[in-house]
Design a protein around this ligand. Structure first.
Ligand SMILES: *Cc1c(COP(=O)(O)O)cnc(C)c1O
Length: 489
C-alpha cells in the first residue's frame, strides 16, 4: 500500500468506522457465535500472495463483526465502561503514524514531555495534592501505564524494593529471601482480582481484609489484621485501597486506613480504576479525600474519561521509589542529556523523565496524544457533563427498580453502577440473568455480594440515553415476570 492508496483507503475506513458507530444500536449487542466459530472461516496459514484491501474489508463484516461484543452499543450495561470518542480515535491514528517508542526523552522528546504535561493537567482536574504532580521541581510525578493491573504491580514491586532496602540498611545480614518470606500486603475482600495477581507475581503474601456492611474497608478490621500478623512475625509493607470497587462501586475508607498505613510505614496504593474519572466533578471530589496519605494513585481514563484503551493514569509522590526499583542503563539506551543520579534532567527549567524506569516494558506508545486531543476537544466542562449524564442515568435506573416491589437495590448508588436483584433466591436471579443474556437485547454481568447473586447494571456507552435505559428496564421486567411465572409453575 502506497501513500495514495492509503489516502483513499484511510477515508473509506473513517467512513466505515463512522457508519459502525452510528449504526451500532441496530446491531445485536452480544454475538450469536459459539466458541471456535472463527477458525473454519479463514485459511489455516497466511497467504503466500497478497490479498486485496477489498477482500479484507469484506471479511470484516463476514467474519469479524458476527463475533464482536459491541461494547459501545447503548444496550451494553456489562462490566464497567470502556472509553470511546472520535478525538481519541483520531489521536491514536496519529500515534500510529509517528510510531515512536518513547522510553526516554531522546527517543522522542514530544512523547515524554507531552505525557508529563497531560498528567499534570489531569492531576489538576482531580485536584490531586501537588506532591503528585510533575510540574514543580518536586519529587512526585505521573506516568501513563497500560492498565490498572500494571499500576498495582508496579506499585507493589516498588514498595517491595523500598522495604527490602530499608530493612537491609538497618540489618545488613538480612537476605532478600529472608525478608520476602515475611512480607505481607493487604487489600479489602472487594478488591479487584488484579491485586491478588500482583501479590502472586511479586512473590509476597496478600491478605484480604473483611469489608464492612457497605463493602468498605475500615480501620478496625485493618488494625486487627496488622496486630495479628505482626505478632506472627510478618512484615506489613503494602496496601491497596479501592475507590469504586468492581463488584459494587463501594469505597474503602481512605481517611481511616490512610493514616494507619503512614504510621506503619506501609506503601499505600489507591486503585480508583473506574471511579477516578468522576473526581473531576466538584460534587464527587470528596470521594477522593484521603489520597494525601497515598504513595501512589491510579485510575483509568480509558474506562470513563473518553480516552480509548489503553490509558491508565498513575501518580507517585516519590518518583525515585519507582526509578530506584526498576532502573537499568545499558549503553544502547543512554543519551546525552541524561543525569546519571536520578535519570532526570533539566531543560529550560522543566524536569523531564525517562519513563522506561517507571514501568515494566521498555517500549511505550505516544498515548498522551489521546489525552491531549480529548481534553482539548471536550474541555473540562464537556468531560464533567459526560460523567454527570452517566450518573444521572444510573439514578434513573435505580428509581425504576425501586418503584417495583419485586426488586431490591443492593448497594447505595453513588456513580454509574446499579447493583440490583429480585427479592428472593439466588436461583431466581441466576435464571433472570440467564434469560437476559440469552435474549441478547441488552448485556449485563453479575457479581456476588457476600452470599448474594446480584445483577450489575453499569451505564457504559457514550451514546446511551434515557430511552435506552427505559427500554432496558421494560425488557428486564418482562423477563422477570417470565422467570417468576416459571418459578410458580
Ligand atoms: C477495571 C478495574 C481494574 C482493572 O483494570 P485494568 O486497567 O484492566 O487492569 C482494577 N481495579 C478496579 C477497581 C477496576 O474496576
Amino acid at each position: 500500500m502506497n501513500a495514495s492508496e492509503f489516502r483513499r483507503r484511510g477515508k473509506e475506513m473513517v467512513d466505515y468506522v463512522a457508519n459502525y458507530m452510528e449504526g451500532i444500536e441496530g446491531r445485536q449487542v452480544y454475538p450469536d457465535v459459539e466458541p471456535g466459530y472463527l477458525r473454519p472461516l479463514i485459511p489455516a496459514a497466511a497467504p503466500q500472495e497478497p490479498d486485496t484491501f477489498e477482500d479484507i474489508i469484506n471479511d470484516v463484516e463476514k467474519i469479524i463483526m458476527p463475533g464482536v461484543t459491541h461494547w459501545h452499543s447503548p444496550y451494553f450495561f456489562a462490566y464497567f465502561p470502556t472509553a470511546s470518542s472520535y478525538p481519541a480515535m483520531l489521536a491514536d491514528m496519529l500515534c500510529g503514524a509517528i510510531g515512536c517508542i518513547g522510553f526516554s526523552w531522546a527517543a522522542s522528546p514530544a512523547c515524554t514531555e507531552l505525557e508529563t504535561v497531560m498528567m499534570d493537567w489531569l492531576g489538576k482536574m482531580l485536584e490531586l495534592p501537588k506532591a503528585f504532580l510533575n510540574e514543580k521541581a518536586g519529587e512526585g510525578g505521573g506516568v501513563i501505564q497500560g492498565s490498572a493491573s500494571e499500576a498495582t504491580l508496579v506499585a507493589l514491586l516498588a514498595a517491595r524494593t523500598k522495604v527490602i532496602h530499608r530493612l537491609q540498611a538497618a540489618s545488613p545480614e538480612l537476605t532478600q529471601a529472608a525478608i520476602m518470606e515475611k512480607l505481607v500486603a493487604y487489600s479489602s475482600d472487594q478488591a479487584h482480582s488484579s491485586v491478588e495477581r500482583a501479590g502472586l507475581i511479586g512473590g509476597v503474601k496478600l491478605k484480604a481484609i473483611p469489608s464492612d456492611g457497605n463493602f468498605a474497608m475500615r480501620a478496625s478490621a485493618l488494625q486487627e489484621a496488622l496486630e495479628r500478623d505482626k505478632a506472627d512475625g510478618l512484615i506489613p509493607f503494602f496496601m491497596v485501597a479501592t475507590l469504586g470497587t468492581t463488584t459494587c462501586c463501594s469505597f474503602d475508607n481512605l481517611l481511616e486506613v490512610g493514616p494507619i498505613c503512614n504510621k506503619e510505614d506501609m506503601w499505600l496504593h489507591v486503585d480508583a480504576a473506574y471511579a477516578g474519572s468522576a473526581f473531576i466533578c466538584p460534587e464527587f471530589r470528596h470521594l477522593l479525600n484521603g489520597v494525601e496519605f497515598a504513595d501512589s494513585f491510579n485510575f483509568n481514563p480509558h474506562k470513563w474519561l473518553l480516552v480509548n484503551f489503553d490509558c491508565s493514569a498513575m501518580w507517585v509522590k516519590k518518583r525515585t521509589d519507582l526509578t530506584g526499583a526498576f532502573r537499568l542503563d545499558p549503553t544502547y539506551l543512554k543519551h546525552s542529556h541524561q543525569d546519571s543520579a536520578f535519570n532526570i534532567f533539566l531543560t529550560d527549567g522543566l524536569f523531564h523523565v525517562s519513563f522506561q524506569h517507571w514501568q515494566i516494558p521498555l517500549g511505550r506508545r505516544f498515548r498522551s496524544l489521546k489525552m491531549w486531543f480529548v481534553f482539548r476537544m471536550y474541555g473540562v466542562k464537556g468531560l464533567q457533563a459526560y460523567i454527570r449524564k452517566h450518573v444521572q442515568l444510573s439514578h434513573e435506573f435505580e428509581s425504576l427498580v425501586r418503584q417495583d416491589p419485586r426488586f431490591e437495590i443492593c448497594v447505595e448508588v453513588i456513580l454509574g453502577l446499579v447493583c440490583f436483584r429480585l427479592k428472593g433466591s439466588n436461583k431466581v436471579n441466576e435464571a433472570l440473568l440467564q434469560r437476559i443474556n440469552s435474549a441478547k437485547k441488552i448485556h449485563l454481568v453479575p457479581c456476588h455480594l457476600r452470599d448474594k447473586f446480584v445483577l450489575r447494571f453499569a451505564i457504559c456507552s457514550r451514546t446511551v440515553e434515557s430511552a435506552h435505559v427505559q427500554r432496558a428496564w421494560e425488557h428486564i421486567k418482562e423477563l422477570a415476570a417470565d422467570v417468576l411465572r416459571a418459578e410458580r409453575e
